[in-house]
Design a protein around this ligand. Structure first.
Ligand code: CU
Length: 149
């Protein structure tokens, strides 16, 4: 009887150690992609709408462009770019780059946001702007700079 109990204890011990070893040796969980859930995106910029000095502007959110008015958006040729536009002033706005056929819809509720994705297939400097009448002239314009690697 004692022998059987000891064998059972030993068996349980082996099972326990074995499962611990397996757990320790299994690969670590995948590393989180810093750009979020979509890992096909190479660069992701967030801009919010606003006004300052009587002008209408885009303001960078996060990263190198945080707080920068109409920031330069940098990418490399061939990159998939994601742009998130956050409406922060309750006026109707959008975000457009003609050369890449990139455009959000026009939306005007404070707190509303939209993300678009496009691939930059030309290396040059391009304008982004708001297509709502008068807004580009009022200041909603910046540059996207695409480098040739
Ligand atoms: Cu606008």
């Amino acid at each position: 009887m004692t022998t059987i109990v000891n064998k059972l204890k030993y068996f349980t011990f082996v099972l326990l150690v074995g499962s611990l070893l397996i757990a320790a040796c299994s690969p670590a969980s995948p590393v989180e992609n810093s750009s979020g859930s979509d890992n096909s995106v190479d660069v992701h910029y967030t801009l919010k709408t606003g006004s300052g000095d009587g002008k209408l502007i885009y303001i960078g959110v996060g990263g190198d462009i945080d707080g920068v008015v109409n920031p330069d958006l940098v990418a490399k040729l061939g990159d998939t770019v994601a742009i998130t536009l956050v409406n922060d002033d309750g006026r109707f706005h959008d975000f457009v780059i003609d050369e890449f056929n990139a455009a959000t819809s026009v939306f005007g509720e404070a707190g509303e946001e939209e993300t678009i994705q496009f691939t930059v297939d030309q290396a040059d400097t391009f304008f982004y702007y708001c297509s709502v009448t008068g807004h580009r002239k009022a200041g909603m314009e910046g540059q996207m700079i695409v480098s040739n690697q």
